[in-house]
Design a protein around this ligand. Structure first.
Ligand code: PMP
Ligand code: GLN
Length: 381
């Protein structure tokens, strides 16, 4: 038997796992991996319990529980003014991760090029490469991470089949503007280019900014797989339930993949979420909830030598440590975990060439006391 040849030789353990493990070993405050440090609503737990105890424990339909698909279609229409048919255009998935993988797989054939804005969430590139696709990076840089649309235009070729969008953005927090949508629409309008839009932080954006879902722009909507997640919205990252909204033709192909990736996802939770979604307050309160936490964290490091611009969305704040040390961001993230007991994510890991702009990412989805303690420790530097 020959040696086993890896299909993803450059992939190791994700930075989120590495830093969370290090934080646990060091007894540090873990502001690295993005997950809430508080529990979800007891009402939601009670709903799940209800469905668990009343016989909703067998396979859900492959496409998702009808009530949840209907609730998602309704919410999308109310918020963004777009109708997705629950029967043919809404699919419930095992987290956004599965939705992203299925959407990328539905589009990409060997040799196809995919525009990826970096820094990029870590699941996109492996999904592209497993399908034989070629990531073509558009590099965004601090402090604004704004997109230079001339650069994007220059990178588009005959082989470009897909563009991956993420707004609000992990790790930078940047939120797309109406102009970004127009620029993208102008680029793809007369081309056979599809879009995967990762909108898992749709309800977490600040200072009155609206979420510009790609579903709101007709030219983009007709070619986009919008991928969402309940994990971020309802503080349930461990439940791994997400969804994909896409026009019928795209959804048909998406479901062919989803059907054999997982077939369907956990039944009682889908029923519970369908009920819980009916009250818009459950997601409308989220921007204020997280904006207060962002501001609390930023106030706690305002006297320090870290540089920052308040994050526009997501539950991540990036900070520059250029005024503090020359260390690489990875070395500093490890050292801060061990020495001052605060874990973060070095932003270089989100770049293909590990560009190090001396930036760390902190997750502020934690209780106030934890954020204040972390801020106090960081301010000692
Ligand atoms: N996309 C982004 C940008 C994320 O931050 C996350 C959450 N880690 C995901 C996708 C995956 O979401 P889920 O946990 O629902 O699979
Ligand atoms: N999305 C989370 C983050 O960016 C982590 C998800 C994971 O651990 N894979 O921190």
């Amino acid at each position: 038997m020959g040696a086993f040849t890896s299909k993803l030789p450059w992939v190791g353990t994700t930075i989120f796992t590495v830093m969370s493990k290090l934080a646990n070993e060091a007894g540090a405050i873990n502001l690295s991996q993005g997950f809430p440090g508080f529990d979800c609503s007891p009402d939601l737990v009670a709903l799940v319990e209800h469905y668990l105890k009343t016989g909703f424990n067998q396979y859900a339909p492959m496409t998702g529980v009808p009530a949840l698909r209907e609730a998602l279609a309704q919410k999308t229409e109310q918020l963004y003014g777009v109708c997705y048919h629950p029967e043919t255009e809404v699919t419930v998935t095992s987290g956004a991760t599965e939705a992203l993988f299925a959407a990328i797989t539905a589009v990409i054939r060997p040799g196809d090029e995919v525009i990826v804005f970096e820094p990029a969430y870590d699941s996109y590139v492996p999904a592209i490469e497993l399908n034989g696709g070629i990531p073509v990076f558009v590099t965004l840089t601090p402090p604004t991470y704004a997109i230079d649309w001339n650069t994007v235009r220059a990178k588009i070729t005959e082989k470009t089949r897909l563009i991956i969008v993420n707004t609000p953005h992990n790790p930078t927090g940047r939120v797309w503007t109406a102009d970004d949508l127009e620029q993208l629409a102008a680029l793809v309008k007369h081309r056979d280019i599809w879009i995967v839009s990762d909108e898992v932080y749709e309800h977490i954006r600040f200072d009155g900014r609206p979420h510009r879902s790609l579903a709101t722009h007709p030219v983009l909507q007709e070619r986009t797989f919008v991928c969402g997640s309940f994990g971020k919205t309802f503080h349930i990252t461990g439940w791994k339930i997400g969804y994909c909204l896409a026009p019928k033709e795209l959804t048909t192909e998406f479901r062919k993949i989803h059907q054999y990736l997982t077939f369907s996802t956990v039944t009682p939770i889908q029923h519970a979420l369908a009920d819980y979604l009916k009250n818009p307050e459950h997601y409308e309160t989220l921007p204020d909830f997280y904006e207060r936490k962002r501001d609390l964290f930023l106030d706690s490091i305002r006297g320090s030598r870290f540089g920052f611009q308040p994050t526009e969305g997501s539950f991540f704040q990036t900070v520059s440590y250029q005024a503090i040390t020359d260390e690489s961001d990875y070395d500093l993230a490890v050292r801060l975990t061990r020495e001052i007991g605060v874990a973060s994510i070095p932003v270089s890991v989100f770049y293909n060439q590990k560009n190090d702009y001396r930036i760390l990412r902190f997750c502020f989805a934690k209780d106030d006391e934890t954020l204040l303690r972390a801020g106090e420790r960081l301010s000692q530097l």
